[in-house]
Design a protein around this ligand. Structure first.
Ligand code: SAH
Length: 482
C-alpha cells in the first residue's frame, strides 16, 4: 500500500513514542502523529511517507481518548515544549515509567523482568502548573517591528509571542512586559541571529520558590554591558515584589548557547537563594524531616528547575546512598553542591566535581553558609579530574581514603557520563553507585557499562520533575556484585 502526501486517513492511536507523538497503523503502515494521544480515533493528513512508516498531521479528533485532558495553553501545539499537555496526568506518569523501562530494556539490554522487579512507583507532582523556577525567553522583532518575546515554534528559530508560559513563575509575565515596553520606549533593538545585529538576545528569570527572591539577567550583544535608559529600567524592575538581582550577561558570539561568560550586576545581589528540605521518601506524602539546606545560585550556575520535586529527588538519592555517617562519597557533576551538601550531613567526607568554575565557587560558599566542613570541591571535567586523582593517589598514597569511596553519586547532563569517568568509577570499586539521570537513554547505556564491570541494579525510581513534557528524572541504586 502506498501513501500520497496530503492524503487523509482515519486511524486509532495505539501507542505513544518517546517524544510524545501518537502512533497508529493504517493497513499495516505505521504513522506518527504529533498532538494525538493514545486512545484517540483521528483523521490525519499524511505529510511524509517512507517505505514502512510515515508522519501525519492531526486534522480532526473523531473520537477523543478517555485519557485526554483539556490543554490549558493556547500555544501548546505550536510550541512543542509541552508534548504531553493533552494527556491526563495519570497517563503522563505511566508514559514516563514506560519510557524508562523501555530504554533500560532496549538500550541497556536488561531483562524486562529484572527491570520490573527493581522499579518502584514513579514519584509524581502535586502542582502541575507554574512549577518551573527558571525561564529563558528569546527576544526578537515582531512583524510590526516591535520587540517580542515568547518561544521558538517547534524545531525552528522563529519566535511566537507569548509572555505567559503556564509552566513558569507568575512573575515572568509582568517582568517580560516591562522589559518589552522599555525596549520600545528607548528603541532598543532585539538581536537578530542572521545578521548578528541588535542588542537584547534573551531574558533569564529565576525565582527562589522558598525565598521568593527573583533574579533577572538580560543577555545582550554588547561589550559594554549598558542598556539605554538603564537606571529607569532598574527602577521599574525593582517594583516587582521579590526582585533581588538585576544583571546583564555579555554574549557577542554567533552561537545558540544562551548565556555569555561575563555577568555584570546592575543592581542588587549577585545571587538569589533557595531552601531545600530533606523529605522522608519511605513515608506517604513524603513528609519533611526537619533538615534543610539553603543555597545561593548565580546566573551561570545550574540549579534544578522544579524545586518541589527536587526535594524528593535529592531525598531519594540520599536514601539510596544509605549513609550512616562513616562513609566517604564522591558526587560527580555536582553543580552548586546541592546533592553533595545533602550527603555531607550523613557522611564522613564528600568530594564534589563540576566543570563550571562559578558553580564550584557557589558550592564552596554554600558549604560555609550551611556550616558544612566535610565537603571539598574540584573544578574540572569528571572524566579528567577523577582519573587524574585516581592515578596520583594510587601512585603516591596521598588521598588514599578517597581512592576507594563507599559511595559514588553521579548526576550528569543529558549526554550521560564519559567512558573515562565510568572506567575510573569501576576501578575505585565503591560499594554503591547512585545514578541520578535526566535522560534514561544515556542512563541505560551507562548502566550497561557499570553492570558489565561487576555492578548490579538494586533499585530504580522515576521522579517527575517536568510535568506536561516527555522528560523524566530517574534514580538508580547499584551495588557491587558478589
Ligand atoms: N547535581 C547538580 C547538577 C546536575 S546538572 C544538581 O542537582 O543541581 C549536571 C551538572 O554537570 C551541571 O552543573 C554541569 O555544569 C555539569 N557538567 C557538565 N559536564 C560535565 C563534565 N564533563 N564534568 C563535570 N561536570 C559537568
Amino acid at each position: 500500500m502506498e501513501f500520497r502526501k496530503n492524503q487523509l486517513v482515519t486511524l486509532t492511536i495505539e501507542d505513544m513514542g518517546v517524544e510524545g507523538e501518537g502512533i497508529g497503523k493504517v493497513d499495516g503502515f505505521t504513522l506518527f502523529v504529533k498532538d494525538a494521544v493514545v486512545g484517540d480515533v483521528i483523521e490525519a493528513r499524511v505529510m511524509k511517507a517512507k517505505k514502512n512508516y510515515g508522519y501525519a498531521r492531526l486534522e480532526r479528533i473523531l473520537q477523543p481518548s478517555k485519557d485526554r485532558a483539556e490543554p490549558k495553553c493556547l500555544y501548546h501545539r505550536q510550541c512543542g515544549g509541552c508534548q504531553l499537555q493533552a494527556l491526563s496526568y495519570e497517563k503522563q506518569l505511566e508514559f514516563k515509567e514506560h519510557k524508562i523501562r523501555g530504554n533500560l530494556v532496549r538500550i541497556g539490554g536488561f531483562p524486562e523482568a529484572l527491570v520490573r522487579e527493581k522499579m518502584e512507583p514513579i514519584v509524581g507532582m502535586d502542582e502541575l502548573w507554574h512549577y518551573r523556577n527558571k525561564a529563558q525567553y528569546p527576544v526578537g522583532t515582531g512583524k510590526d517591528g516591535k520587540p517580542i518575546t515568547g518561544f521558538y515554534a517547534g524545531r525552528t528559530h522563529s519566535i511566537i509571542a507569548n509572555t505567559d508560559c503556564l509552566l513558569g513563575a507568575e512573575e515572568n509575565k509582568p517582568i517580560l512586559e516591562l522589559i518589552l515596553a522599555h525596549m520600545e520606549k528607548y528603541k532598543i533593538s532585539a538581536y537578530d541571529e542572521t545578521t548578528g545585529k541588535g542588542l537584547v538576545r534573551h531574558v533569564l528569570i529565576r525565582k527562589g520558590f522558598s525565598s521568593k527572591e527573583i533574579m533577572v539577567c538580560l543577555v545582550i550583544n554588547s561589550g559594554k554591558g549598558t542598556i539605554p535608559g538603564q537606571q529607569e529600567l532598574i527602577e521599574k524592575l525593582r517594583e516587582i515584589p521579590g526582585m533581588t538581582s538585576i544583571s546583564v550577561s555579555l554574549n557577542r558570539e554567533n552561537t545558540n548557547v544562551i548565556m555569555g561568560k561575563e555577568i555584570i550586576i546592575l543592581w542588587g545581589k549577585d545571587t538569589i537563594s533557595d531552601t531545600i528540605h530533606v523529605r522522608d521518601m519511605r513515608k506517604s506524602g513524603y513528609p519533611f524531616t526537619g533538615r534543610e539546606l539553603t543555597f545561593h545560585i548565580s546566573p551561570l550556575s545550574f540549579y534544578q528547575v522544579n524545586p518541589v520535586q527536587t526535594e524528593k529527588l535529592y531525598s531519594l538519592a540520599l536514601e539510596y546512598a544509605g549513609l550512616t555517617g562513616k562513609e566517604v562519597v564522591w558526587d560527580l557533576y555536582c553543580g552548586i553542591g546541592t546533592i553533595s551538601l545533602f550527603l555531607a550531613g550523613s557522611a564522613k567526607k564528600v568530594c564534589g566535581v563540576e566543570i563550571i568554575p562559578q558553580a564550584i565557587s557557589d558550592a564552596r560558599d554554600n558549604a560555609v553558609r550551611n556550616g558544612i566542613v566535610n565537603a571539598e570541591f574540584f573544578v574540572g571535567k569528571a572524566e579528567e579530574v577523577l582519573p587524574e586523582f585516581y592515578e596520583k593517589a594510587a601512585a603516591t598514597g596521598v588521598g588514599e581514603e578517597l581512592l576507594h569511596p563507599d559511595v559514588i553519586v553521579v548526576d550528569p547532563p543529558r549526554k550521560g557520563c564519559d567512558e573515562a569517568c565510568l572506567d575510573t568509577m569501576l576501578k575505585m570499586q565503591p560499594d554503591r553507585i547512585v545514578y541520578v539521570s535526566c535522560d534514561s537513554a544515556t542512563l541505560a547505556r551507562d548502566l550497561r557499562i557499570l553492570c558489565d564491570g561487576g555492578y548490579e541494579i538494586q533499585r530504580i525510581r522515576g521522579v517527575d520533575q517536568f510535568g506536561m513534557t516527555v522528560h523524566v528524572e530517574t534514580v538508580v541504586l547499584l551495588s557491587k556484585g558478589s
